[in-house]
Design a protein around this ligand. Structure first.
Ligand SMILES: [Zn+2]
Length: 275
C-alpha cells in the first residue's frame, strides 16, 4: 500500500514547484519566519529505536491500530516523512527495528532524512501509530482539506514553510489519499504535534491555541474523500476525542468556526455522519 515507485518520486519533485504556487492549506501565514525562503533540504529527524521521549506535553503514549494485514511478509518501500523514526516504522509495519537497520545499512542513532527511501523487509501489517500527550491545551478539533488533489507530508510541509510558517506544516495530522507514494488513508503526524505546539491552521476564534488541526489531502469542493480517508478520520477523531474529553460539539469543520472566512474543507466531507 505504501509502495515507493521511483517514477512516483520523480513526479513528486516535478509537482513540488507547482504545489508551492498552489499553496496547499487554507490559513494565512501566522508565524512568519525571518527566513521564509529557507528550504527544507537539510532538515532531518533522528532515527532511533527508542519510543518517543518526553515533550512539552509530557511523555507520549502510543496508540496503535491495525489497519490492514498484508497476507504474508512482503517488502515495502517507504519514504521517510517529517519526524518519523525507525521505532515508529517498526510499529507501523510490524517489523523489528533491527531488521530495518540491517536492510538499510543503518545503525541505531543514525539520522534519517525527510524523503529518504527505506526498505522495510518482511512487513506483515499496516498500522496507524498515533502519539498522544497529556496536554490540557486541546479543547477542539478542526477538520480541513489541503485543497489540492495530490499531496503528502513532505510536499505540504515544504509548501507551508515557503508560505512563511516557521515550523512548517500548520496542521497536526494529515490523512493521505494514496497519491505521491503514500497509502490511501495513511495518517501522518507532524512536528507540531510531536512537539505539542500550537497550530497555524485556524486563526479565527483563537483556535490555533486550543484546537488540534487535522487535514485530509484532497479538494472536497470537487471530489469526495476516499472511504479509507473517512475511516482513518473516524478513528483519529474518536481516539483524540476520548483521550482529551472533547465533546462532539467541539469537532468542527474549518468553515464552521465563527469568523473563519473559508469554504474549507469543501461541501463533500460528510461531517455530520462522522460525528
Ligand atoms: Zn482549513
Amino acid at each position: 500500500m505504501i509502495y515507493l515507485h521511483m517514477n512516483v518520486f520523480r513526479k513528486a519533485f516535478l509537482l513540488l514547484s507547482l504545489f508551492a504556487f498552489l499553496s496547499p492549506g487554507c490559513e494565512k501565514a501566522a508565524d512568519a519566519s525571518s527566513n521564509p525562503g529557507l528550504l527544507l533540504a537539510s532538515y532531518s529527524s533522528r532515527g532511533t529505536s527508542t519510543p518517543p521521549v518526553a515533550r512539552a506535553g509530557g511523555r507520549a503514549e502510543v496508540i496503535v491500530k491495525s489497519v490492514k494485514f498484508l497476507g504474508g511478509p512482503r517488502t515495502i518501500h517507504h519514504e521517510v516523512g517529517p519526524m518519523e523514526t525507525i521505532y515508529r516504522l517498526s510499529r507501523m509495519y510490524d517489523v523489528s527495528p533491527q531488521s530495518i537497520y540491517s536492510a538499510n545499512r543503518l545503525r541505531p542513532g543514525d539520522s534519517l532524512q525527510v524523503g529518504q527511501k527505506l526498505i522495510i523487509p518482511n512487513a506483515r501489517m499496516i498500522r496507524h501509530v498515533i502519539n498522544v500527550y497529556r496536554n490540557p491545551q486541546w479543547k477542539y478539533i478542526i477538520v480541513h482539506h489541503t485543497a489540492t488533489g495530490k499531496g503528502n507530508s513532505k510536499i505540504i510541509h515544504r509548501a507551508h514553510r515557503l508560505r512563511g510558517f516557521q515550523h512548517g506544516l500548520g496542521y497536526h495530522f494529515l490523512i493521505d489519499n494514496g497519491t505521491l507514494g503514500k497509502g490511501d488513508g495513511q495518517i501522518e503526524m507532524f512536528p507540531r504535534w510531536i512537539h505539542q505546539q500550537s497550530g497555524a491552521h485556524c486563526k479565527a476564534g483563537g483556535m490555533n491555541e486550543k484546537a488540534i488541526g487535522i487535514s485530509l489531502v484532497g479538494n472536497f469542493n470537487n471530489e469526495k474523500p476516499t472511504p479509507n480517508q473517512l475511516q482513518s478520520l473516524a478513528f483519529l477523531l474518536s481516539t483524540l476525542r476520548s483521550y482529551y474529553h472533547i465533546p462532539a460539539a467541539h469537532i468542527l469543520r474549518h468553515r464552521d468556526v465563527p469568523g473563519a472566512q473559508t469554504e474549507c474543507p469543501g461541501k463533500l466531507l460528510p461531517m455530520s455522519r462522522l460525528k
